[in-house]
Design a protein around this ligand. Sequence first.
Ligand SMILES: C[S@@+](CC[C@H](N)C(=O)[O-])C[C@H]1O[C@@H](n2cnc3c(N)ncnc32)[C@H](O)[C@@H]1O
Length: 225
Amino acid sequence: MREGYEGTGPGAITPDGCAVELYSRLPVGDEPEVIAAAVPEGARILELGSGVGRMTHALLERGFTVTAVDESAPMLERVRGARTFCSPIEDLDLRETFDVVLLASFLVHTGDVEVRRGLLRTCVRHVAEGGCVLIQREGEDYHDNVPRERKDPAGFILRIASAEPLGDGVNSVRAEYEFPDAVWTHTFRARPLTKEQFEDALAEAGLRVDRYLTEDRIWVRAVAV
Ligand SMILES: C[S@@+](CC[C@H](N)C(=O)[O-])C[C@H]1O[C@@H](n2cnc3c(N)ncnc32)[C@H](O)[C@@H]1O
C-alpha cells in the first residue's frame, strides 16, 4: 500500500486504497463528453490510472483508441478493448506519444509532491507534438465542505466523511460508499491546490493551461510549453 492510503470492503484493494468491486459498480458520469468535446475525433488517448475502465469503455464506444495504465493488475483485468500496461504512472516510459494524455480522478492532488512531479513528467513524456494533456482537478470546496454526502441515482450514498490536516498542506480524506448490500471506505492523502498552485505545478513540469474546459475549472486542457 502507498503510505497514508487505505481501503476497506469486499474484494481487491489497490495500493492507493481503491476497491476493484466498487469501481466496477460505479457508473460513468459526464467525463467522456467533456473529453470528447476537447480533443480531435478518433484521437489516440493514453489514460493514466484507468482502474477497471469505467471511462475507458465509454471512450472506446465514442471511437477513440485508448491505452490504459494502472498499477493494479486486478483493476486492469477488467478493461476490455484497450491495450493495457500495469505500472506506477511515475515510472511509465512507453517510448511512444499520444494525441491525448488523460490524468483524471484528481490524481494530480496526490499528497506527495515527488509523486505529483512524476505523474506530470509522465504526461509530458507521452504527449505528441500538438497534442494535449487533460487533467481532472478537485472542486474548489472539496476539503472545506466536509462532511457532505449525496445519493447517487445508481442507488448508493457517497459520503466525504472527513478531511483531516496532516501538516504540510496535505489532508487525509475519508470517503464512504454505501450500497444496499455492501460498504466500501477509501482513505487517501490529498493536497488541495488553488488555481495558482495548480498552474505552478504544471509550469514546473513544462505544461501550461490552454483552457479550463468546465465552468467549475475541474477539467483542464494543458499543453507542453
Ligand atoms: C480513484 S481510481 C479511478 C479509476 C478511474 N480513473 C475511474 O475514474 O474509474 C484511481 C485509479 O488509479 C490508480 N492509481 C492511482 N495512483 C496511481 C499511480 N501513481 N500509478 C498507477 N496507478 C495509479 C489506482 O490503482 C486506481 O485504479
